[in-house]
Design a protein around this ligand. Structure first.
Ligand code: NAD
Length: 500
């Protein structure tokens, strides 16, 4: 299949040509430039898209001050939940109306196909904002049964100022998973998008303003992680940090908290997901889902099924099927409506993925598909579906998160060995088991040390179910009503009624 057959679609190109890029930081309802700038480079062709304002510690300080004022004066936390709900739902509607612009910004800044960003990411963003808006006026406080001369109240109070630091791989979905429940709970927010993907976050915030979020309730500061991200993590007036990103940076946020005000830190970190396939599974579905779970979004997913653990008796048939599917999932220009895969986020990241692959293959395994950048003549960063067979479980490719479209295949001979392999990494985010044996499905999924387990599927779920990891994949949950727990303080009030 020729990659060059995927031409950019005229509608996406025309939309790009007329789109005005948002470029400032949003603080206290005003758009500001300076003190520095960040160049947004598109992985589509390696060319600059635009420059945005980049904040430093002083910028973060002003944004936190704006969020603090907006929190304490009750302009948001003091609203009845039903009023917050209306604004959030209006915001979701505006995001839906502008979904094509927001999707296009995803494609330009981080390289995923614009169609996919519109149909998958933007659907998730709109649903998330709407869901938390709709939920918030149904949350009730508690009155426990206590002695009759006492009244006790257990109340949820908004936790205060929230710092939200997010990655670039699902830039708006991750932002919405943090910002929507935080705002629904009545908190105010300073959002720090990834330096690779500020544009979609800025347009999201602009729509929040249009929906009626009061000034200072949602602030956005772009900037480098070790400058703006760090300043937010260390800030003494931030009550909660909610972070999605790498395990290495998550570790730093724990240090920032320990070295400042012991703020609460919630971490959604890396993963090394596995598809565990038993011989009694639907092998066609298992193979196509396993391929999709690692190659989708060019493998840049915390949940990516980067390991295929397959029973030795079905190894050949599964690998053959996965290779056939991989052959049809080649990268192409993200502005082509039918692009099966887009670009990797940046040349630098693609270089890291490639170097890790080379080091991994030296250690163990045989490269049987992909393994070299493609479409190099475009100037963009394109990496094909890559498969390494016979990977040793203790080696780099089985243990480390490459965050690219690289699948490591390992065989097992029985259920116990499969479980040891599946659980045998420092991560515990998500994995799937493929079997038609109901007892094994239950037994195996109970013993998987993961925050999320899928049976005969991958990456499925909706907003009613929590998402998050165990072990070094972090703690705390996004999505579902449990996400709200991160942004509430639980207050106990014990009232003695006294003698009449
Ligand atoms: P990253 O950790 O490099 O960056 C994430 C965010 O942290 C960015 O906004 C960045 O600017 C900021 N940051 C970087 N260095 C910082 C520092 N020293 N102090 C404070 N902030 C800093 O991650 P990434 O490359 O953007 O994203 C990829 C990682 O995210 C992968 O490890 C992936 O598994 C993880 N991820 C996890 C989930 C999940 O829900 N568990 C979801 C998506 C991505």
């Amino acid at each position: 299949m020729s990659n060059t057959s995927y031409a950019p679609t005229p509608e996406w190109v025309a939309r790009r040509d007329r789109l005005a890029y948002p470029t400032g930081n949003l603080i206290a309802g005003r758009w500001e430039n300076g003190p520095d700038t960040l160049v947004v480079t598109s992985p589509i062709d390696g060319q600059p898209v635009t420059e945005v304002a980049a904040g430093d510690a002083a910028t973060i300080d002003r944004a936190v001050a704006a969020a603090r004022i907006a929190f304490e004066d009750g302009r948001w936390s003091g609203l009845p939940p039903s009023s917050r709900k209306e604004i959030l739902i209006r915001w979701a509607d505006l995001c839906h109306e502008r979904r094509e612009d927001l999707a296009l910004l995803h494609a330009l800044e981080m390289g995923k196909p614009a169609r996919e960003a519109r149909d998958v990411d933007m659907r998730a963003v709109v649903r998330t904002i709407r869901w938390f808006g709709e939920a918030i006026d149904k949350i009730l406080d508690e009155i426990p049964n206590v002695p009759s001369d006492v009244v006790a109240l257990i109340q949820r109070e908004p936790a205060g100022v929230v710092g939200a630091v997010v990655p670039w791989n699902f830039p708006l979905t991750m932002a919405a998973w943090k910002v929507a429940p935080a705002l629904a709970a009545g908190c105010t927010v300073v959002l720090k998008p990834a330096e690779q993907s500020p544009l979609s976050a800025l347009l999201l915030a602009e729509l929040g303003q249009q929906a009626g979020l009061p000034d200072g309730v949602l602030n956005v500061v772009n900037g480098l992680g070790h400058v703006a991200g760090r300043a937010l993590g260390e800030h003494p007036d931030v009550d909660v940090v909610t972070f999605t990103g790498s395990t290495a940076v998550g570790r730093k946020f724990l240090e920032y908290s320990a070295n400042s005000n012991i703020k609460r830190v919630w971490l959604e970190l890396g993963g090394k997901g596995a598809n565990v396939v038993f011989p009694d599974a639907d092998l066609d579905k298992a193979a196509s889902t396993a391929a999709w779970s690692i190659f989708y979004n060019a493998g840049q997913m915390c949940t990516a099924g980067s390991r295929l653990l397959v029973h030795e008796s079905i190894h050949d048939v599964i690998v053959e099927k996965v290779m056939a599917i991989a052959a049809g999932m080649q990268p192409a220009n993200p502005l082509a409506e039918d692009a099966p895969l887009g670009a990797v986020v940046s040349a630098q990241h693609m270089g890291n993925v490639h170097r890790m692959l080379e080091a991994g293959v030296k250690e163990s395994g045989e490269l049987i598909s992909g393994g070299e950048p493609v479409l190099t003549e475009t100037g963009g960063s394109y990496y094909p579906p890559t498969i390494v067979d016979g990977v040793r479980p203790d080696s780099l490719l089985a243990q480390e998160e490459l965050f690219g479209p690289v699948l490591a295949v390992t065989t097992f001979s029985d259920e116990d060995e499969a479980l040891t392999l599946a659980n045998g990494t420092p991560y515990g985010l998500a994995s799937a088991v493929w079997t038609n044996d109901l007892s094994r499905a239950h037994r195996f999924s109970r013993r998987l040390k993961m925050g999320v387990v899928w049976v005969n599927c991958y990456e499925e779920g909706d907003l009613t179910v929590p998402f998050g990891g165990v072990k070094q994949s972090g703690f705390g949950r996004d999505k579902s009503l449990h996400a709200l727990d991160k942004f509430f303080d639980i207050k106990t009030t014990w009232m003695e009624l006294g003698d009449k």
